[in-house]
Design a protein around this ligand. Structure first.
Ligand code: C2E
Ligand code: CA
Ligand code: CA
Ligand code: CA
Length: 275
């Protein structure tokens, strides 16, 4: 792209201007999104391959923008992080997830995604304690998903919040495993309950033998560490069959279910196939 003519450069400048204008607009709109009730959660199940039962759901945030329609989290989470709105949004997600979990069977967990910035504000602790108490939920039913990249910077200050959460009994999952640079270091530092193998590995494992080797080793690593292995982004029956053969604990992906609204959760749980 750098070798292209001056016209191309001009194109990029325009695209940059447009995206910075868009970001400003999104930023302004996001500030009022909670008050206007535009945020909601959808839930995607984890399926245990040993028992063929649903063991829990990951809460995924959605923003229904009044004029843009559904804005994906990949677009608005970065804006929330930049502006600091992530704190308010993160607290909303925790409260909403716990309140929803209160209606589900006791053997079902909910997993919530956290941004790095959220660990640098201890107020989240109080929110979690309160949300668990109000919904009368055993802390181990709440799982926090963190990525290794988010712990890279300022691990020290994140550790305060992380350790308090662990003391409370909340569990931790290492998300997008394999995509960062220091996964193994964090496995040593923190008592994760689960490793989530990034969907890029699952996508390629049946076409690239090297990729299958990596997935197999991560599953055996998890077994040796006595923690769970979850495969993300399972889309085909062949992928599921292979993961079963290599004894992956849990799977998640469009093959089992797309993320569903809260009222779709009970319907999924009552599906004979999964109970
Ligand atoms: P993630 O935590 O890795 O979530 C998995 C993403 O993969 C979700 O996208 C999910 O809808 C999608 N997915 C699930 N199964 C499949 C599949 O079989 N095939 C494919 N191609 N994709 C699948 P989504 O909901 O758009 O979320 C994107 C990212 O946004 C999440 O990645 C997470 O990092 C972030 N995110 C979502 N909700 C929250 C939140 O409440 N707080 C924070 N901080 N981040 C969030
Ligand atoms: Ca996640
Ligand atoms: Ca993930
Ligand atoms: Ca991801």
């Amino acid at each position: 792209a750098k070798k292209a003519g001056p016209g191309t450069v001009c194109f990029f400048e325009q695209a940059d201007d447009r995206s910075s204008r868009e970001r400003k607009a999104l930023r302004a709109d996001l500030a009022g999104a909670i008050a206007r009730n535009e945020l909601f959660l959808v839930f995607q199940p984890f399926l245990d391959l040993g028992t063929n039962r649903i063991t829990g759901f990951e809460a995924l945030l959605r923003w229904h923008h009044p004029s843009r329609g559904l804005v994906p989290p990949s677009e608005f989470i970065p804006v929330a992080e930049e502006t600091g709105l992530i704190h308010e949004i993160g607290e909303w997600v925790i409260r909403r997830a716990c309140a929803t979990l209160a209606d589900w069977p006791e053997d079902i967990r909910v997993a919530v995604n956290f941004s790095a910035a959220q660990f640098h504000n201890t107020a989240i602790l109080q929110t979690i304690v309160q949300a668990l108490a109000e919904a009368r939920i055993a802390p181990h039913r709440l799982e926090i998903e963190i990525t290794e990249s988010m712990l890279l910077s300022k691990y020290g200050s994140a550790a305060t919040v992380l350790n308090a959460l662990l003391e409370l009994g909340v569990t931790l999952a290492l998300d997008d495993f394999g995509t960062g640079f220091s996964s193994l270091t964090y496995l040593r530092k923190l008592p994760f309950s689960r490793i989530k193998i990034d969907q890029s590995f699952i996508r390629d494992m049946l076409v690239q033998p090297d990729c299958a080797a990596i997935v197999k080793s991560v599953i055996s690593l998890a077994r040796d560490l006595r923690i769970g292995a979850v495969a993300e982004g399972v889309e085909t029956a062949d992928q599921l069959e292979y993961l079963r053969q290599i004894s992956c604990d849990e799977v998640q992906g469009y093959l089992i279910s797309r993320p569903v609204a809260a009222d779709g959760v009970m319907a999924l749980l009552e599906t004979k196939k999964y109970r």
